[in-house]
Design a binder for this molecule. Structure first.
Ligand SMILES: Cc1cc2nc3c(=O)[nH]c(=O)nc-3n(C[C@H](O)[C@H](O)[C@H](O)COP(=O)(O)OP(=O)(O)OC[C@H]3O[C@@H](n4cnc5c(N)ncnc54)[C@H](O)[C@@H]3O)c2cc1C
Length: 414
């Protein structure tokens, strides 16, 4: 089958790679090159443990404090607040305990096979060196502080995530750079990371091209539908692209196209920032999640990357790099000896649904179109298993996961 994949990010790339394994001919369609959007500058963590939704029980109580704190992890531009309010109401509704258990169970299903789903693709692309499996340390100022997050950690454990408590001394032995600031940790030994998310995605993409994928540099503006299916894509250069099938993996920009093929999907963007300290003089061996600050720290090949922050301001507003500066400030607090003479900053658009689950499934109004978007904070983690499931759906094979929680119809017509 000729399949058009809309989106050159990690999700589109993994869908393409898995589809090629079934012998399909892939055409990527994207005005940008591979990994030029959100897949470029993320924190690169590949974490089977990252199965908790963003909205957790009791979070609503913390939101006002976060919004008032200029150094806090959350910001909403004032003019965007009325636009995003209905989405936030749904997000908060999805954060009660029963919902969180349901969502975490579904996400765990998607994330547990991260390495099984990436390895065959990376091996073929000669890219195994871009993936490390050195574990992640969740760190806290003390054991007392960690208790606030204990419910979520126990939920992870109940879903089969291996987690080990680490006392102050062992923490300082494992990561001498954390000595003094952090007195308690939880080690997720199975977690991994990539040393460069853009290179990781581009390596897989380049292999797809070697394996005969074509690349069309254009934006898809619409679909030509006939007999219950998509027959061609309309492009912003005035041309059309005939196809036998289409996978929509347009990240945070997917909603407009998705809404033509089914009920409205409430896709929002949570903008996130990174600062990469190129003059990194630390010797971290694990990825480190500073839980109280909500900052992920990953030693990458281009330096030490600190990533995090959630900003609601839609798809078009200019970045507010003060948020990256906040990450740098926190980094200096965490690692007072960090040499920050050379740094770079970046902002990306996480594609987010209110229940923190991506949309994976057949488009409700076209029998040859499939949706693969909305991976939020875990798109690097969930892309390969999403690709495997999309290939199963296209082939008419039974999925290897229960895809019901990811259904494109789950938001109804609202
Ligand atoms: C600060 C930050 C840190 C993060 N850290 C992590 C992490 O550690 N681990 C993790 O798993 N995830 C992380 N994420 C999330 C992860 O980066 C995203 O979930 C993931 O990159 C989304 O990939 P994607 O392929 O769906 O979208 P993108 O990479 O954004 O790609 C979408 C592509 O679709 C194209 N497109 C859109 N509309 C159209 C159209 N109409 N026609 C043609 N092309 C179109 C765009 O041009 C773009 O190239 C982080 C995100 C941020 C912002």
């Amino acid at each position: 089958m000729r399949i058009a994949v809309i989106g050159n990010g990690i999700v589109g790339t993994c869908c393409a790679a898995w589809l090629q394994r079934d012998g399909h001919h892939v055409t990527f369609v994207d005005p940008r090159g591979p990994a030029e959007a959100t897949s470029f500058g993320n924190a690169g963590s590949l974490s089977p443990s990252a199965c908790l939704p963003v909205g957790m029980p009791g979070m609503w109580r913390k939101v006002p404090r976060w919004l008032l704190d200029p150094l806090g992890p959350l910001a909403i531009r004032w003019w965007y607040a009325p636009l995003v309010a209905p989405w936030i109401a749904r997000f908060l509704r999805a954060s009660d305990r029963a919902e969180v258990v349901r969502i975490a169970t579904a996400l765990r299903g998607l994330l547990a096979p991260i390495f099984d789903c990436y390895e065959p693709l990376l091996q073929r692309a000669n890219g195994m060196g871009l993936m490390k499996r050195s574990g992640c340390l969740y760190v806290y100022s003390g054991e007392e502080a960690a208790r606030q997050w204990a419910w979520g950690m126990n939920l992870r454990r109940s879903l089969g995530v291996e987690l080990r408590d680490i006392g102050e001394e062992e923490l300082a032995e494992l990561e001498p750079d954390l000595r003094g600031r952090f007195r308690f940790g939880i080690l997720a030994p199975e977690n991994g990371s990539t040393t460069d998310p853009a290179a990781f995605t581009r390596c897989l993409y380049a292999q797809c091209v070697k394996d005969d994928a074509e690349a069309v540099r254009a934006r898809v503006t619409g679909f030509r539908l006939a007999d219950g299916g998509v027959r061609a894509l309309e492009l912003d250069n005035g041309e059309t692209l005939q196809t036998d099938g289409v996978v929509l993996a347009g990240g945070a920009w997917s909603a407009q196209l998705a809404n033509r093929l089914g009920p409205r999907i409430p896709l929002e963007t949570q903008r996130g920032y990174h600062v990469t300290v190129e003059s990194n003089n630390l010797a971290l061996r694990h990825t480190v999640m500073a839980v109280e600050h909500n900052i992920m720290v990953n030693p990458m090949r281009m330096g030490l990357r600190l990533a995090g922050s959630v900003e609601f301001a839609g798809l078009h507003a200019a970045p507010d790099y003060r948020r990256a500066q906040i990450l740098l400030e926190r980094g200096r607090e965490m690692f007072p000896h960090l040499d920050t003479t050379r740094t770079s900053e970046w902002m990306g658009h996480r594609p987010c649904l209110p229940d923190s689950l991506p949309v994976i499934g057949r488009a409700p109004r076209a029998d040859n179109a499939w949706f693969a978007f909305g991976h939020g904070h875990v798109g690097m983690c969930g892309a390969a298993s999403t690709g495997r499931e999309i290939a199963n759906l296209v082939a008419g094979r039974a999925p290897q996961l229960d895809l019901a929680p990811f259904a494109p119809t789950r938001f109804g017509r609202a």
